[in-house]
Write a protein that binds this ligand. Structure first.
Ligand code: ZN
Length: 165
């Protein structure tokens, strides 16, 4: 749930599929442009996600706090390094739907495809692989426990644990 909460804000970007499917129709949609960084990148959506986590989690307080933290880490990462190719900063209307006056941006924001994002991504994937090999589970677990077990077994076969015989 914590991991899902860190990616769920971008659910408001799924309109890009509808936009693409209707691009040659007489009524092309603009859901991506109209709703991305609007519907799910705000405090209200964070609270909805937190409530869902609180209902579903076994360790309710700990999970809910970590869900809120990971959700806001996503927003912070968007502010820091998600400038569009056209220079669009994608301001975050953090207090929607209550208020539209707060539009979070950062003047030092770098582009989504800038080198810091590649470095951070590579380092985090490396850490995830090291932890998966060591602990016996990986983020693949979010999709399938069986596939995760196969993935970890492949990792441990390629990079055996030192105490394994
Ligand atoms: Zn986002």
């Amino acid at each position: 749930m914590v991991t899902w909460a860190s990616v769920v804000p971008d659910i408001d970007g799924l309109g890009i599929v509808a936009d693409w499917l209707t691009r040659n129709s007489s009524h092309p949609l603009n859901w991506w442009g109209g709703y991305h960084h609007i519907l799910a990148h705000n405090l209200c959506f964070a609270l909805i996600v937190a409530v869902v986590a609180a209902i579903l989690a076994k360790q309710k307080a700990k999970t809910t706090l970590l869900v809120l933290l990971s959700f806001h880490l996503h927003l912070a990462a968007d502010l820091v390094g998600a400038r569009g190719p056209d220079g669009e900063q994608w301001p975050i209307p953090y207090l929607l739907p209550f208020m539209n006056v707060v539009q979070l941006t950062w003047s030092g924001q770098w582009a989504l495809n800038a080198w810091p994002n590649f470095v951070v991504t590579a380092v985090l994937i490396g850490i995830a692989l090291i932890l998966a090999r060591k602990r016996g589970f990986s983020p693949v677990e979010m999709f399938s426990s069986k596939v995760d077990a196969i993935f970890v077994r492949a990792l441990r076969t390629r990079f055996p644990l030192k105490n394994a015989t």
